[in-house]
Write a protein that binds this ligand. Sequence first.
Ligand SMILES: NC(=O)c1ccc[n+]([C@@H]2O[C@H](COP(=O)([O-])OP(=O)(O)OC[C@H]3O[C@@H](n4cnc5c(N)ncnc54)[C@H](OP(=O)(O)O)[C@@H]3O)[C@@H](O)[C@H]2O)c1
Length: 337
Amino acid sequence: MIANRRFTLVRRPHGLPQPADFALDEVAAPSLAEGEILVGNVYASLDPAIRGWLDDLPSYLPPVALGSPVHATTVGRVAATRNAAFAEGDWVVGLNAIEDFSVARPGGFLMKIDTDTVASPTHYLSVLGAVGLTAYFGLIEIGRPQPGATVLVSGAAGAVGSLVGQIARILGCRTVGIAGGAEKCRRLIEDYGYDAAVDYRGLDTQALASRIAAAAPQGVDVIFENVGGTVLDAGLLCLNEHARVALCGLISEYNSTDGMTGARNLWQLVVKTATISGFLVKEFLPRFAEGAQVMSRWVAEGRLRVDEHIEDGIHQAYPAFMRLFEGTNQGKMILKL
Ligand SMILES: NC(=O)c1ccc[n+]([C@@H]2O[C@H](COP(=O)([O-])OP(=O)(O)OC[C@H]3O[C@@H](n4cnc5c(N)ncnc54)[C@H](OP(=O)(O)O)[C@@H]3O)[C@@H](O)[C@H]2O)c1
């Protein structure tokens, strides 16, 4: 028997997930039906979106069932195959789970990856994966910035946000990043090339809006929103006419116990004839190769800095996941299995 260690959901979280919501167990690795492959997961992507998948609420994926391993995008190697298109040892990326072995049926998001051309296979979970393509397509297709535009990014030091700021700069925009704390604001400027940084911590909407206005004297043409709540409300007070808000995520609201608070300054969209558009990176699946090609060129040219925060061992799954909500991740949060 091949043992399969799994990080499972045993209770639906109420608010911030607790250690007792999860368990580590060990079962026999599953057997394969015709057409399937067994993926030996090497790295799992810990994403804020996982929090939503733990709730039994309508979403774009079915919720994680109680007793089942928590879904995650993983990078791994084919350990066994009943699909002629895949050989043992092939590297793949796909939506699997936080466990040693996942059964996958090729198609959709599961694909082979070329690990010879990248510095690390983990890049398929960061800059060349859903995170990088969220930054790329969300900014270019939803934010639609023109050279010279001012782009405001919340969650700016995080996995998506740090790439959005750098891409906007490559496109010739002025960039203003919002992040929590002086150290992250230093990194916004020094590591990711933001023109200005704003620390949101301890500020109410009006105070934060004043700081953003000072950092963006020409007003804001594009908001790339990762946070929501007060941060989004403050950004909305600084919009220029015909501005675009690319609504990528609302992490400040994911652990709310009394429902999402929502933005309160939507009237600003009316008076500025601005647009707010939600998007999911999966909408751009047919164009992933195109986006990844541009991103890998920018990495090779040294124009994109990629930070990954890798924690080691399945027993670190809970504390590593919680770093996303504590703000203690220093780059794309990844678990090495
Ligand atoms: N639409 C899509 O297809 C798509 C795809 C991927 C990700 N996303 C979204 O993109 C956003 C960023 O994801 P990521 O993977 O790049 O995560 P990340 O930014 O690397 O990590 C999460 C960061 O969020 C900030 N944060 C956490 N709780 C917060 C709170 N209560 N208020 C304000 N900030 C808070 C923290 O930064 P600070 O220390 O600066 O507070 C933390 O480091 C999330 O909203 C995620 O759901 C959307």
